[in-house]
Design a protein around this ligand. Sequence first.
Ligand SMILES: [Zn+2]
Length: 604
Amino acid sequence: MNTSIRYHIVPAAPEAHLFEVELSVERPDPAGQLLSLPAWIPGSYMIRDFARNIVWLKAFCDDAPIDVAKVDKQTWRCAPCAGTLTLRYQVYAWDLSVRSAHLDTTHGYFNGTSVFLSVHGREQQPCAVEIAPPHGEQYGNWRVATTLPPDGAARWGFGRYRANDYDELIDHPVEMGSFDIIEFEACGVPHAMTLTGRHRADQARLARDLTTICEYHIRLFGEPAPMERYLFQVMITGDGYGGLEHRSSTSLLCSRDDLPLAGQAEISDGYRSFLGLCSHEYFHTWNVKRIKPAAFVPYDLSRESHTTLLWAFEGFTAYYDDLALVRTGLIARSSYLELLGQTITRVLRGSGRLKQPVADSSFDTWTKFYKQDENAPNAIVSYYTKGSLVALALDLLIRRGSGESKSLDDVMRALWQGHGLTGVGVDERAIETLIAAVSGTDLSEFFDQALRGTDDLPLAELLAHCGVEFNLRAADGSNDKGGKAGTKNEQPRAVLGVRSGKDRAGAKLLNVHDGGAAQQAGLAAGDVIIAVEGLKVGNDNLEKICASYGVGGRIHLHAFRRDELMTFDAVLQAAPEDTCYLTFVEGASPAQEQLLDAWLGGVA
Ligand SMILES: [Zn+2]
């Protein structure tokens, strides 16, 4: 391809975690070319200032050094150049996450947002990318996994790739190393999963289960799939978790123990969660990568981009991720109800849900959801979890309101037709209008309450309609995630109203819940409780000891705030009924059975 913008990237010093990039620009801006690196990466709504990892940067005009000066934290201006402008710079890559770049002697990974400067005024132009291998015999078995379109590079090989514009350039992360490759087809589209890191996973099972999930989503939106191929780039560590969506790939971080071993037939909680993550990121191929909020068309990567719509783009995706698992039969209906019960529990455990509307949580994600502090449970609600419950409520409302002729699936397909295929951004209120049109039901009151209000959603009533009972109980302890019936206690458990963690001296308070016993006694997040009634406590036994004093029991506590020893008197409260589990109604009517089949049953 004949392009006037060419990038060359090499893992120059894996042991020092350094990539080196050479960018050449023909016919640069005669007034002095501006170049910059994004402040954030689409899908992860936080200012990360990737330019901070540029160690040095030099500019040349036809090989002669020229001046280059910083204009702001992420932008450079080169001295005027009449020939070919070349930038050479080094990027430090030592963040093992799906959002930036990581390089050591075992593998390399980067997102374009971390390594490729944009050439101002030329963002719409095609560019060439040469990905070079590291020097040294020990890297002879390294390969490349990316969905960047090849332009001479062999399959899984180093060499030349291309991108039609800057937006495409930064939407195909690159993995390099000696990873395993699993290949499969979904609805005729070639798919692959690469596994980096030590593991003993059953690769045939992964291929089988992923084929099921991918084909489900492709058929939900309608064939043909919008991408020519798809890649799951998986990094395996001891305790990793995370994912980031791209237009034809996803980068995932997972725990070794979450992957299935050969010979294991059942589905562990960890594997269920891994499949849910794969399903989630894959659904984004449509919902947020192609159906986008108008605020992201185009992305302004230099600063925050606000939208109230993440309840739909993350929430709907979080609803469909596990729903696909039950609808395809990968997990049982009882297992799905357990997951749903856990999600409801997560929302109910935070009193922030009674203060922050989910639309506001979306708008303020940059400074609140992505920058959670010790007060987060008291102040904010997650647009993932509450958003997925809004999706559930909408699905059940649309089904009921349309006499079971429509569902949220129809809304997703309408969004795909009207926005995904056309590239027209979704305006802030457009989803509400579209749902009204698809369902033929006026849901404006529901939207005002669910999105812009803070009342709990009417899930008990909606679920009862299709034969599912909504039950609440108090938590059995801090490890109780909900979703299951739990033990029946005669007496309510006495609690301090905190979440705590290990500390060398005692139990460190991580969150202090609004209105709880600890807060009323004057304890604060960060305090380290060292004794109850004069006896030493740790994080392991604080909960049990408090419970033993019973509801209404008064306890005398010693705690350190910073280096000061303080004493507190707390009156223990009954554990709140904030733990949800869902059960199938016994003796459900045939009509209820039918609704349940339509909701959780097979492919739409
Ligand atoms: Zn997501």
